[in-house]
Design a protein. Sequence first.
Length: 200
Amino acid sequence: MSVLLHTCCAPCLVYPVKILEEKNIEFSCYFYNPNIHPYREFKKRLDTFRLLVDDRNYNYIIDRDYGLKTFLRAVVFKEDLRCRHCYRMRLEQTAKLAAENDHDHFSTTLLYSVYQNHSLIIKQAETISSASSVDFMYRDFRPGWQQGIDESIQCNLYRQSYCGCIYSEQERYDNRLKKQLTRKRKNDVQSDRSRHNKPE
Ligand code: SF4
């Protein structure tokens, strides 16, 4: 098996590659993240990725283009569904590149994060795989969450404090917005419950 592993950032790469190496799976890492903003943050994550893959002699491909415009065009007016588009953009491109570079599988370090929508990532990847010549390699890397954090700290890797896009940056730092979102989520849960309890 030869896998092109989409890599969202260096800290999230540490644990998944440990698993691939243990299983003797051949891999190349692919940094393609038009969702990371602003530019200095993008550059910082890209440079950290580069430091790690160079240090460990991994095969890798980097897309250095800052994809702000591409990302915004994909999500504008659909901001509440932006993660769906964000996953799809990155996975589609990874599958395409995997096929062009003679890999038989693609996968992603997004499957390591406990903060991402794991089932949505799987669904998107499977749909992409069914229309492509490469297969999706699924692994649940989340059990290694703490191990990956500890190792990335030991390696002194830059660890970001928000997911990537400008929307997630605001959600991380704007306390007023955080409260609004918490209220909205509670209301959504309540209206879901009352819908389900309603007699037919
Ligand atoms: S929150 Fe994260 S996964 Fe969702 S759109 Fe923003 S960068 Fe992508």
